[in-house]
Design a protein around this ligand. Structure first.
Ligand code: FES
Length: 286
């Protein structure tokens, strides 16, 4: 984790009230992985240090740049939209734990709901770079919310669902899962809690319904793997990136806690934001 100044290179509104910004921050992108995030200081409105968390939307280690994708929801995010190229912001990162892809995975299924695309977008680049096939299922309210295909690598198969049917499948993105869950070796998701709950339930019953073997069944079979370890997450069919409100983003305030199946508090900023779906108690009421 490093604290560095980041220079804004480009800022544009890619969808109504949704912005994509490119920053030059070589110290922060060195070693950063898909699923991690940065904590960025906003303008000082109150005398307190205010920061906002943003997933690494894309990471370019050669150019030393990263992008963030956000929706304007208040003064903090509106402040970012007023920045101009050449302005500098104070960034802390990379923070949190990344997605873990099993080395044997060939077919990667990404599932994004709305702004959740920002949580999985960089994994598309990583997976393609590593020679994997990638399908991205995206769900939005209507055509005006759909992430532009021009911002995705050409290699990605992009499938869209909208609540009102104005483009793509008419219905929820989770309704597309049956067509892809047998093809996928692993799935990675980010989006609204309701979407993640449905995906978690489908993943839990996938082996029984489809009769497919779990990754990692042979290698290390019988040896206990600690829940939450990178190895355990690598073996999971579904990993989720959780979106919680964050205060400190470094594990101190406990403002971002979710519960594990064992009832243990899990800090999204430290133990997450990525978890194997089977680690979490989806009925935990958080
Ligand atoms: S945001 Fe403070 S512990 Fe996670």
């Amino acid at each position: 984790m490093r604290l560095a100044g980041a220079e804004l290179l480009d800022s544009r509104e890619i969808l109504p009230d949704q912005w994509l910004q490119t920053y030059h921050a070589p110290e922060l992108v060195a070693g950063a992985r898909a699923g991690q995030f940065v904590h960025v200081r906003t303008g000082d409105y109150s005398g307190l240090v205010l920061r906002r968390p943003f997933s690494f939307n894309t990471i370019d280690t050669l150019a030393g740049t990263l992008t963030i994708h956000f929706r304007t929801v208040g003064r903090g995010t509106e402040w970012f939209t007023r920045l101009r190229p050449g302005d500098r912001v104070d960034m802390l990162g990379p923070l949190g734990r990344p997605f873990e892809v099993d080395p044997r995975t060939q077919h990667v299924l990404l599932v994004a709901g709305g702004l959740g695309i920002a949580g999985v977008r960089s994994l598309a680049d990583e997976a393609i770079r590593d020679g994997r096939q990638v399908t991205l299922l995206f769900g939005g309210a209507s055509a005006r919310d759909v992430y532009p295909s021009s911002l995705l690598p050409d290699e990605v198969e992009y499938v869209v669902a909208t609540d009102d049917g104005s483009v793509g499948h008419h219905g929820f993105v989770t309704e597309l899962i049956p067509a892809y869950e047998a093809w996928a070796d692993q799935a990675f998701a980010c989006g609204p809690l309701g979407m993640l709950r449905v995906l978690s339930s489908l993943a839990a019953s996938r082996g029984r319904r489809l009769g497919v073997a779990k990754l990692g069944r042979k290698r290390g079979a019988g040896r206990p793997v600690p829940a939450g370890s990178p190895l355990a997450r690598r073996k999971a069919f579904l990993q989720v990136s959780m979106e919680q409100n964050m205060g400190c983003a470094v594990g101190a305030c406990l403002g971002c806690v979710v519960l594990s199946t064992a009832g243990a508090p899990q800090r999204v900023c430290r133990e997450g934001p990525v978890f194997a779906s089977e680690e979490l108690d989806w009925e935990g009421g958080w």
